[in-house]
Design a binder for this molecule. Structure first.
Ligand code: ZN
Length: 203
C-alpha cells in the first residue's frame, strides 16, 4: 500500500495459512501506526491462549500488547477511542465480526484483520471470505511447502483430530502447496460440524 485514504476509515485483511507471516505483517503495520502517533488497539479472541494472555505473539515471537475478547461487539466497545484497530485470529470471532468491522470503518477507523482463510480441510473459514469481500485492501500471505518448497496456501493437519482447529498446537500442522496438500478423509469428518469452536456458535 503506497498511500492511505484521507478522512475515511477502511478495512484491510491479511489472510493465508499458518506459518505464512500473517501476525508478523499485522504487527508491522500496527507498530508503524504507533510510530505515527495514532491510537492503536489490538484484539484477539479469548480462544487463542498460546504463549501469552495479553499480547499478540507471532510464531517468530514478535509481541505487541493486546486485549482478549469473547465477542466482536466487545471490540466495538473497547475500540471507540482508537484510530487503528488490529484483530488477530479473526477467523475465531464469527460472522458478527463483519458488521462490527463495517461499523468501525464507517466511524473513520482503520481496521486490520488477520486470519486463516481456509481450515485444515481446505474449506474457506468464515468470516474471512466475507471480510475479504468488504475490505478495501487485501493481502494473501503464503507459506513455504515443507514437502517441495513451493508457495503454500494450505494448512495441513498432520495429527488425527475432529476439532476444527487445535489451538496452540503448532506441531499439529504444516504448510503445504496445492499439489502436496492431502484433504482429510471425509469418513473421519462426520462429527466436525457439531464441534465447531467459538466461531460458529456466535453467528
Ligand atoms: Zn508442495
Amino acid at each position: 500500500m503506497h498511500h492511505f485514504p484521507h478522512n475515511t476509515g477502511w478495512i484491510e485483511v491479511i489472510c493465508g495459512p499458518m506459518f505464512s507471516g500473517k501476525t508478523e505483517e499485522l504487527i508491522r503495520r500496527l507498530v508503524r501506526a504507533q510510530i505515527a502517533k495514532l491510537r492503536v488497539e489490538i484484539f484477539k479472541p479469548l480462544i487463542d491462549n498460546r504463549y501469552s494472555r495479553d499480547e499478540i505473539v507471532s510464531h517468530s515471537r514478535l509481541t505487541i500488547p493486546s486485549q482478549l475478547v469473547k465477542s466482536p461487539w466487545e471490540i466495538f466497545e473497547l475500540a471507540q477511542d482508537a484510530d487503528v484497530i488490529g484483530i488477530d485470529e479473526a477467523q475465531f470471532l464469527g460472522n458478527e465480526l463483519i458488521e462490527v468491522v463495517q461499523k468501525l470503518a464507517d466511524q473513520n477507523k482503520r481496521v486490520i484483520c488477520a486470519g486463516l482463510d481456509t481450515d485444515y480441510r481446505g474449506v474457506p473459514f468464515d468470516p474471512i471470505p466475507q471480510l475479504l469481500a468488504i475490505a478495501e485492501y487485501i493481502d494473501k500471505t503464503l507459506a513455504i511447502c515443507v514437502r517441495c518448497g513451493n508457495p503454500a496456501k494450505h494448512t495441513q493437519r498432520v495429527v488425527a483430530s475432529r476439532e476444527l482447529v487445535l489451538v496452540g498446537a503448532q506441531d499439529a500442522y504444516e504448510p503445504r502447496c496445492r499439489n502436496c496438500f492431502v484433504p482429510p478423509d471425509p469418513a473421519q469428518e462426520t462429527a466436525v460440524q457439531e464441534q465447531l469452536p467459538l466461531s460458529s456458535k456466535q453467528g
